[in-house]
Design a protein around this ligand. Structure first.
Ligand code: HEC
Ligand code: HEC
Ligand code: HEC
Ligand code: HEC
Ligand code: HEC
Ligand code: HEC
Length: 261
C-alpha cells in the first residue's frame, strides 16, 4: 500500500468512528419535562430538615424580569440545586430570595406567604405559563426563543439589581472545531450570552479563557449537564431538536443519525 491509500483508510476509519459515536450520543438524549415545568426546581437542602415543605422556584417566571446575572452573579446563587446556603434567617434579612421578596418588589417573608414558596410543588404557578405565548418559539425547553424575545424588545429583564451599570460588551465569536470527521464546527457567540450572563458564570470554572483550550469539551458530557450543558438542558434551550443552533452547518441533525441506527 502506498502512503496515499493508507491515509485514505485512516480517514475512512475515523469517519466510521465519528458516525458510531454520534449514534450513541443521539440515543442518550435525556428526557425533557413539559415546557411549563422546564427550569422549575424544588429546593430541599434544608427545608424538610427545618420542618417546612421544599421551596419551589421557576426560572421562566423570573427570567422574564431578571437576567441570570442578577441571581447568579450579584445575589450569588450557585448554578447547582441545593448548594447555596439559603436560610430563613438570611431571607428575612434581605439576602437570597429576600433581596426581592421583601414585601415591596415581591411578596415578603411573612406567615401568610410561607406556602407560596414552601409548597414542594414543582408545577406551582404554571397556570401563568400561557402569558408567555406571545413570545417567539423554539423546539423543547420552555419552547420560547429567549434570544429573539430580548432582541425584539418583547422582554426587558434587568441586568443588575443593585446598580445601573451596563454589562461589559464582548463580541468575540469562537468557532470550535470538532475532532470528529463530518461534524460541523460549533459557533459560540459571546454577544448573545452577554445579554444574560456575567463572564464569571463561565470563566474560568466551566471554560478556559482561551479558544479551543477547554479539555474534554464533547457532546457526551454536554448531555450530562457539563460544559454548555450546565445551562443547555436545564434552563437554556436543550440540545434535542436544536442541534443547528450550535452546529449551524449540520445538514440533517438527528434524522441522519436515527436512520443510520
Ligand atoms: C420567597 C420564597 C420564600 C418564602 C416566602 C419563605 N421561604 Fe423559607 N426558604 C426559602 C428557600 C429557597 C429556602 C432554602 C430551601 C432549602 O435549601 O431547603 C428556605 C428555607 C427555609 C427553612 C430551612 C432553613 C432554615 O433556615 O432553617 C425554613 C425553616 C424556612 N425557610 C421557613 C420559612 C417560613 C416559616 C416562612 C414564612 C414565614 C418562609 N420560610 C418563607 C424560600 C422562602
Ligand atoms: C431570580 C433568581 C434567578 C434567576 C433570574 C436565574 N436563576 Fe438560575 N437558579 C436560581 C436559584 C435560586 C437556583 C437554585 C440554587 C440552589 O439551590 O443552590 C438556580 C439554579 C440554576 C441552575 C441549576 C438547576 C438544576 O436543575 O440543578 C442552573 C443551570 C441555572 N440556575 C441557570 C440559570 C440561567 C441560565 C439563568 C438565566 C437564563 C438563570 N439561572 C436565572 C435563581 C435564579
Ligand atoms: C431578583 C428578584 C427576585 C429574586 C431573587 C427571587 N424572586 Fe421570586 N419573584 C420575584 C418577583 C418580582 C415575583 C412576582 C411578583 C410577586 O408575585 O409578588 C416573584 C414571584 C415568585 C413566586 C410566585 C410565582 C407565581 O407564579 O405566583 C414564587 C413561588 C417565587 N417568586 C419564589 C422565589 C424563591 C423560592 C426565590 C429564591 C430561591 C425567589 N423567588 C427569588 C422576584 C424575585
Ligand atoms: C448548546 C450547544 C450544542 C447543541 C444544542 C448541540 N451541540 Fe453537539 N456539540 C457542542 C459542542 C460544544 C461540541 C464539542 C465541540 C465540537 O465537537 O465541535 C459538540 C460536539 C458534537 C459532536 C461531535 C462528537 C462529540 O461528542 O464531540 C456531535 C456528533 C454532535 N455534537 C451532535 C449533536 C447533535 C446531534 C445535536 C442535536 C441533538 C447537538 N450536537 C446539539 C454543542 C452543542
Ligand atoms: C456562556 C459562557 C460564556 C460566557 C458568559 C463568557 N464566555 Fe468567554 N468563552 C466561552 C467559551 C465556550 C470560550 C471558548 C473556550 C474554548 O474554546 O475552549 C470562551 C473564550 C473566551 C476567550 C478566548 C478568546 C480567544 O479568541 O482566544 C476570552 C478572552 C473570553 N472568553 C472572554 C470572556 C469575557 C471577557 C466574558 C464576559 C464579557 C466572557 N468571556 C463570557 C464561554 C463564555
Ligand atoms: C452559563 C449558562 C450557559 C452556558 C454554559 C452556555 N450557554 Fe448558550 N445560552 C445561554 C442562555 C441563557 C441563552 C439564551 C437562550 C435560552 O435561554 O434558551 C443561550 C443561547 C445560546 C445560543 C443561541 C444563539 C442565538 O443566536 O439564538 C447558542 C447557539 C448557544 N447558547 C450556544 C452555546 C454553546 C455552544 C455553549 C458551550 C460552548 C453554550 N451556549 C454555553 C446560557 C449558556
Amino acid at each position: 500500500m502506498n502512503k496515499k491509500i493508507i491515509s485514505y483508510a485512516v480517514i475512512f476509519v475515523l469517519m466510521l468512528a465519528g458516525v458510531s459515536f454520534a449514534q450513541s450520543v443521539w440515543w442518550k438524549l435525556p428526557p425533557l419535562p413539559p415546557p411549563e415545568i422546564y427550569g422549575n426546581i424544588v429546593i430541599d437542602r434544608a427545608s424538610t430538615q427545618g420542618g417546612v415543605k421544599p421551596a419551589t422556584f421557576s426560572h421562566w417566571s423570573h427570567r422574564v424580569k431578571y437576567t441570570c446575572r442578577v441571581c447568579h452573579y450579584e445575589i450569588e446563587f450557585n448554578m447547582m440545586i441545593n448548594t447555596t446556603m439559603i436560610t430563613e434567617e438570611a431571607n428575612v434579612h434581605g439576602r437570597y430570595c429576600g433581596e426581592c421578596h421583601d414585601g415591596k418588589t415581591a411578596f415578603g417573608h411573612t406567615k401568610e406567604n410561607c406556602d407560596k414558596c414552601h409548597n414542594g410543588d414543582i408545577a406551582y404557578g404554571t397556570k401563568k405559563f400561557v402569558e408567555l405565548s406571545y413570545l417567539p418559539s423554539l423546539p423543547n425547553g420552555n419552547k420560547v426563543d429567549w434570544v429573539k424575545a430580548i432582541d425584539e424588545g418583547l422582554i426587558t429583564p434587568r441586568n443588575y439589581l443593585r446598580d445601573d451599570a451596563k454589562p461589559i460588551e464582548f463580541e468575540r465569536i469562537i468557532e470550535i472545531e470538532s475532532p470528529w470527521a463530518g461534524i460541523s464546527p460549533v459557533i459560540f457567540k459571546h454577544a448573545v450570552h452577554g445579554k444574560w450572563l456575567d463572564c464569571s458564570n463561565c470563566h474560568p470554572e466551566i471554560f478556559s479563557v482561551e479558544a479551543e483550550a477547554t479539555e474534554e469539551l464533547a457532546m457526551e458530557y454536554i448531555l450530562k449537564y457539563e460544559f454548555c450543558g450546565v445551562c443547555h438542558g436545564r434552563v437554556a434551550f436543550p440540545p434535542k431538536d436544536n442541534c443547528k443552533k450550535c452546529h449551524p452547518q449540520m445538514k440533517h441533525p438527528g434524522k441522519d443519525m436515527q436512520q443510520a441506527h
